[in-house]
Design a protein around this ligand. Structure first.
Ligand code: ASP
Ligand code: MG
Length: 237
C-alpha cells in the first residue's frame, strides 16, 4: 500500500484551484494533504488578537490561530469534491496529532492515525490542518510558526509514507537563496545533515521537520507548485 503526504504552504494556497489540480495529478493508493493557512492569514489573525489584547492569552491565541488552517482544509476539500475526488478534511485534533501542553510552541508527542487510516481506507483523500494538535488534556495547541511542515513529517512517519512532498515557490533547496543570488545552485540530492544546515540558513522547509524526518528515516521531496517537478530529494545518503 503506497502512501504519500503532500504539503502546501501559505504561498501555494493563495491559489486554491491550482492546489486542487496538483492534488488530482498525484496518483497514489493513500493520499494525505497537509495544509497551512492561506497567504498571510496567520499574521492577520495575530494582528486581530493584538488589537484586542496587547499580550493575548496563549490558549486563546491557539484557538484563534488554528482557524487559519481549518479554512484551508475545508475549502480544499470542497475544491476536490468539485473535481469528482472523494475528499474529507480533518483538524489536527481529529487527525490524532497529540501534543504537549505548551501553547504556541507545542511538541508533537504522538500521532494516533486510526481515524486518518479509516478515512483513507474508505477511499478519501484526507486533508489535514497543519500547525495544530491537541494536548492530552484536550486543549487545542499550535506548533510554532512554520509548524505545518512538522505536521506533514509527523503524519508521514506515523502512516509509513514513502515520501512527503513539499510544494514551494522555489524549485527546491539551493546552495544560496536563489531570489538574492542568481548563481545559486539547485541541490538535487541532500542528506539530512546537509538539508538541516541549508534549511537553518534559508528556510524552504522548517529545520525541525527535517530533523524529525531524519529520526524517522522518511524521504522528503521539494517541488515547485508552478512547475510540478521535484527539484530536491532529501534522504539518507
Ligand atoms: N500558518 C502557520 C504560520 O504561518 C503555520 C505554517 O505556515 O506552517 O506560521
Ligand atoms: Mg503560514
Amino acid at each position: 500500500m503506497t502512501t504519500k503526504v503532500l504539503k502546501f504552504g501559505g504561498a501555494a494556497l493563495r491559489d486554491l484551484e491550482r492546489v486542487a489540480d496538483l492534488v488530482v495529478k498525484n496518483e497514489c493508493e493513500r493520499l494525505v494533504v497537509v495544509v497551512s493557512a492561506m497567504g498571510d492569514m496567520t499574521d492577520h489573525l495575530m494582528e486581530l488578537a493584538k488589537k484586542v489584547h496587547p499580550n493575548p492569552p496563549k490558549r486563546e491565541q491557539d484557538m484563534l490561530l488554528s482557524v487559519g488552517e481549518r479554512i484551508s482544509m475545508a475549502l480544499l476539500a470542497m475544491a476536490l469534491e468539485k473535481r469528482g475526488v472523494k475528499a474529507l478534511s480533518l483538524t489536527g485534533s481529529q487527525s490524532g496529532v497529540m501534543t504537549c501542553t505548551g501553547h504556541g510552541e507545542a511538541e508533537i508527542v504522538e500521532v494516533r492515525t486510526k481515524r486518518v487510516e479509516r478515512h483513507l481506507s474508505e477511499g478519501n483523500v484526507v486533508i489535514v490542518a497543519g500547525f495544530q494538535g491537541v494536548s492530552l488534556e484536550g486543549e487545542i495547541t499550535t506548533l510554532g510558526r512554520g509548524g505545518s511542515d512538522t505536521t506533514a513529517v509527523a503524519l508521514g512517519a506515523a502512516l509509513g509514507a514513502e515520501v512527503v512532498i513539499f510544494y514551494k515557490d522555489v524549485a527546491g533547496i539551493y546552495s544560496e537563496d536563489p531570489k538574492k543570488n542568481a548563481g545559486a545552485i539547485l541541490r538535487k540530492l541532500l542528506n539530512y545533515a546537509q538539508a538541516t544546515e541549508l534549511c537553518e540558513a534559508g528556510g524552504v522547509i522548517h529545520p525541525r521537520a527535517v530533523r524529525l524526518a531524519e529520526k524517522t528515516n522518511l524521504k522528503l521531496a521539494i517541488s515547485s507548485y508552478s512547475k510540478n517537478c521535484v527539484g530536491t530529494i532529501i534522504a539518507r545518503s
